[in-house]
Ligand binder design. Structure first.
Ligand code: CA
Length: 227
């Protein structure tokens, strides 16, 4: 172990085996991990010993994760990763604007959780990053976007897609949220429509910047602009 103090992760999870597995993975990745199973204990524990990041299950005994999340956000900006067993729940969670930093669906692989937590830490350490820092220029007036000065030649829908994602790099958008920003009236379009526009946008970004993947898929949720 080095002399540097390890980042502390608080796991809030009522399935002991899952909590233990996550704890092992976090420790193997160099983090400190502690565990709480009861929703009522989270707020006092965070106040007494603030963690550097919280992985918060939605369905908890004592007090549900939504409620815990809301109260946490009244006094702390600690990075928060919400975990839910229901993919359908994520759209609702995103709509509630709870201020979580990422969302993960069960069942998940612990390896994936560790990767997502690392990404959240990276984003938190950088603060909020404007799209221009990524080399992207988005011209609202002329409806054109460029990467490193090279025009991306986007359709209006692709432009709106990029504009939405670039308004909050690193933030996860659900397909439904993206649709709301792509069309004034989306009666006739489906989630698959978002996927095909993302595919086209990616292809154009890739042409401008072959080594970089800007638009990242978030399994079970939607998309985000990677930093
Ligand atoms: Ca649970």
């Amino acid at each position: 172990m080095s002399g540097e103090s390890a980042a502390k992760i608080l796991i809030v999870e009522d399935e002991p085996k899952l909590a233990a597995l996550l704890g092992d993975y976090f420790r193997a990745s160099g983090y400190e991990a502690s565990w709480i199973a009861d929703g009522r204990e989270v707020v006092p524990a965070v106040k007494a010993n603030p963690p550097d990041l919280i992985v918060l299950d939605l369905m908890l005994p004592g007090r549900d994760g939504l409620d815990v999340c809301r109260e946490l956000r009244t006094f702390t900006d600690v990075p928060l990763v919400m975990v839910t067993a229901r993919v359908e729940e994520i759209d609702r969670l995103l709509g509630l604007e709870l201020g979580a930093d990422d969302y993960i669906c069960k069942p998940f692989s612990p390896r994936e959780v560790v990767a997502r937590v690392k990404a959240v830490f990276r984003r938190a350490s950088r603060g909020s990053v404007p799209a221009s820092a990524l080399g992207l220029t988005i011209d609202e007036h002329h409806y054109v976007a460029a990467f490193d000065g090279k025009p991306l030649d986007l359709t209006p829908v692709e432009f709106r897609l990029l504009r939405t994602l670039a308004a909050a790099p690193g933030r996860v958008f659900s397909r439904a949220q993206l649709l709301d920003n792509l069309y004034a009236d989306h009666r006739v379009v489906t989630d698959r429509t978002v996927d095909s526009h993302v595919k086209n946008l990616r292809r154009k970004l890739q042409r401008a910047s072959p080594d970089r993947e800007f638009v990242e898929s978030v399994y079970g949720v939607g998309y985000k602009l990677e930093l």
